[in-house]
Design a protein around this ligand. Structure first.
Ligand code: COA
Ligand code: AMP
Length: 634
């Protein structure tokens, strides 16, 4: 039996024993009374009765064990050339002081703190300081617009917001403070305070009384000798809320608990990513996404690795060798990115010539996630990097990989296009629409038999009642992933795409439903549909089809421009919404449901049949004619 099989079957035979063993890698203030209690919450809760603290496990225990002088964070900005290193001892020091500052502003256990920051070391300080106090952070990605931030402020109701004067994009600065001010003005909930990190290239104006300067606050708190100790929390208490796209404009606040999450992440660092403490792990994502939470901050620090906060892009900062420069300079052992970033590199450096400029001898494995890894990109990366390229599949909701290739246990053969096999904790079923298991090789709904393992979402913030309709009602006894896929003869999983209206744009998860809400709010629009058109670089790009209200006789180009600007203003640049087509009618079923799937096929140029339920098949031809007259070029 293979080592992976052994471990997976071991988990199956005794799930609680498996996780109890894994939990030994975490330091607990009080051990669990019960490893799992199926009677609590939506599907049960892990490590009930245990007391712990995530910041303690990321920092204090490592410093106490002699890891104080090891780098915890390398920060690198290829645009400004700024670099910074913080050891574990230095990071602990900053976190203790910043946590004390937050406590002095009234932040207590269970309070929420929203973090809206670029990729700077202070974002790690902020997250860990909040965790130290037993408070709950909610990080909002910088590419979201003020309106999206406002929605999150109203839902999370933070006491304090932590932000910065600006973020650095390759060709421009993103001024965060005006966005933050606009969000607070738009939100019903007003935070007591905002702490602003002033960066050298942009000084934000501060509102007296409400806004505080990060540096001044740190100096004052340090001078006063204030330091915060770790507040013990229940393993089942929330560590953070991370909002993700749902099918409406109201995002879902995924709630992550503290104890189970730590146990799962530590298990993956060793067994999935194959690392040893002390090695450098680099995830080139953003802290605003789940990958950033789990594998820029918590996973590497929990396991005593060095992490990298990279405020740059795969290309253009300055060239397509940027990733290889960072991997070589910081002696990265395992690297994690999204396939879209590799496609961007491949486009500019198709033969990987720039790789030869760097010493990548420490790099053992490249991991991919965030979207489907297309076989061509996987093969290209294998060839130019000469290391195993491992696709693994997960979601904001799960917090860690559902399927993967556990190189720490045993490197299974790579099949390009497959994210390999289920991780312990996940009993995966491929179900037909009636909830019956389908045969091997047949595409179906990918579902996980309940309970979910430690580390997965426990509930939705302020919306417990959305949990069932979102995840467990569709197939009773299962968590519905909303992904479609199949299993091959070796038990490998192939994840092919979403079954709902979520699209994946450059590794970013976006809701077409939320975009449609924005389009529909335009005064001239009668109805609309947004679909994800296939794109060679970003995977998918949103395209809007709109029907104008009767009698609207304005310049269509002007209306299109307004719609594009509206999505940018309401959702943000991250939506990459740039294409609109005005059409006379939208194809619908006889019951009035817009046939988005068919529109997508027409846009992608894939074969399609008019669905039997279609009301008027002639509309498909009309859409085709609009696209022939003005093709979508990406
Ligand atoms: N703050 C503010 N704005 C941001 C931002 C941030 N943190 N990140 C992106 N944006 C903006 C960009 O400036 C761009 O704005 P523009 O329309 O004014 O040009 C817009 O959002 C779209 O950004 P992006 O999707 O990143 O496209 P890009 O053309 O700048 O870069 C890639 C393309 C492929 C290089 C880039 O998308 C990438 O590196 N993707 C990897 C994604 C990833 O790691 N995902 C994590 C999930 S695992
Ligand atoms: P997010 O919640 O932003 O991590 O997005 C999760 C969604 O991204 C999943 O439900 C999938 O649709 C998609 N996804 C993430 N990783 C993969 C992968 N390795 N293969 C296929 N799809 C993926």
């Amino acid at each position: 039996m293979s080592r992976y099989r052994d471990v997976y079957e071991g988990w199956r035979a005794d799930p609680e024993g498996f996780w109890a063993e894994a939990a030994k890698a975490v330091d607990w203030f009080k051990p669990a009374d019960r490893i799992f209690d199926g009677s609590i919450g939506a599907y049960g809760r892990w490590f009930v009765g245990a007391q712990c603290n995530a910041a303690y496990n990321c920092l204090d225990r490592h410093v106490a064990a002699g890891r104080g002088q090891q780098p915890a964070i390398f920060y690198d900005n290829p645009v400004t050339g700024a670099k910074r290193m913080l050891t574990y001892a230095e990071l602990l020091d900053e976190v203790e002081v910043f946590a004390a500052a937050l406590a002095r502003l009234g932040v207590c256990k269970g309070d929420r703190v929203v973090i809206y920051m670029p990729m700077v070391p202070e974002v790690a300080v902020a997250m860990l300081a909040v965790a130290r106090l037993g408070a709950i952070h909610s990080v909002v990605f910088g590419g979201f617009a003020a309106n999206e931030l406002a929605v999150r402020l109203d839902d999370a109701k933070p006491k304090v917001v932590i932000s910065a004067s600006c973020g650095i994009e390759p060709k421009h600065l993103v001024k965060y403070k005006p966005l933050l001010d606009a969000a607070i003005a738009a939100a019903a909930h007003k935070p007591d305070h905002c702490i602003i990190l002033q960066r050298p290239m942009e000084t934000a104006s501060l509102l007296p009384g409400r806004d505080l300067d990060w540096a001044a606050l740190m100096t004052e708190t340090r001078a006063g000798g204030h330091r915060a100790a770790c507040v013990p929390v229940a393993a089942t208490d929330p560590l953070y809320i991370l909002y993700t796209s749902g099918s409406t404009g109201q995002p879902k606040g995924v709630v992550r608990d503290t104890g189970g999450y730590m146990v799962a992440l530590v298990w993956t660092m060793k067994n999935l990513y194959g690392l040893a403490p002390g090695e450098v792990f680099w995830s080139a994502s953003d802290v605003g996404w789940v990958v950033g939470h789990s594998y820029i901050i918590y996973g590497p620090l929990l396991y005593g690795n060095t992490t990298i906060i990279y405020e740059g892009k795969p290309v253009g900062t300055p060239d397509a060798g940027a990733f290889w420069r960072v991997a070589s300079e910081y002696k990265v052992a395992a690297f994690f990115t999204a396939p879209t970033a590799l496609r961007a590199i491949k486009k500019e450096d198709p033969n990987g010539h720039l790789i030869a400029n760097y010493d990548l001898s420490r790099l053992r494995t490249l991991f991919l996630a965030g979207e489907r890894a297309d076989p061509e990109t996987v093969r290209w990366a294998e060839q130019v990097l000469a290391v195993p390229v491992i696709d693994h599949w997960w979601q904001t909701e799960t917090g860690w990989a559902i399927t993967g290739n556990p190189v720490g246990l045993e490197a299974l053969p790579v099949k390009a296009g497959s994210s390999t096999v289920p991780m312990p904790g996940y009993d995966i079923h491929i179900l037909d629409d009636d909830g019956r298991d389908v045969a091997q090789g047949v595409l179906g709904n990918v579902a996980v038999k309940l309970p979910l393992p430690p580390g997965c979402l426990t509930t939705l913030w302020n919306a417990e009642e959305r949990f069932g309709p979102s995840y467990t009602d569709r197939f009773p006894g299962y968590y519905a992933t909303a992904d479609a896929g199949f299993r091959d003869e070796d038990g490998y999983l192939f994840i092919m795409g979403r079954t709902d209206d979520i699209i994946n744009v450059a590794g970013h998860r976006l809701s077409t439903g939320a975009m449609e809400e924005v389009l529909a709010s335009h005064k001239d629009i009668a109805e609309c549909a947004v679909i994800g058109a296939a794109d060679a670089l970003k995977g998918e790009l949103p395209v809007g089809f709109v029907v104008l209200k009767a009698g609207v006789a304005r310049d269509p180009k002007e209306i299109e421009g307004e719609i594009v600007a509206l999505v940018r203003e309401r959702i943000g640049p991250v939506a990459a919404f740039k294409t609109v087509r005005i059409v006379g009618r939208l194809p619908k079923t006889r019951s009035g449901k817009i046939l988005r799937g068919t529109i997508k096929k027409i846009v992608d140029g894939t074969e399609y049949k008019a669905p039997p339920t279609i009301d008027d098949p002639a509309i498909l031809g009309e859409i085709g004619a609009v696209l022939s007259a003005r093709p979508i070029t990406g």
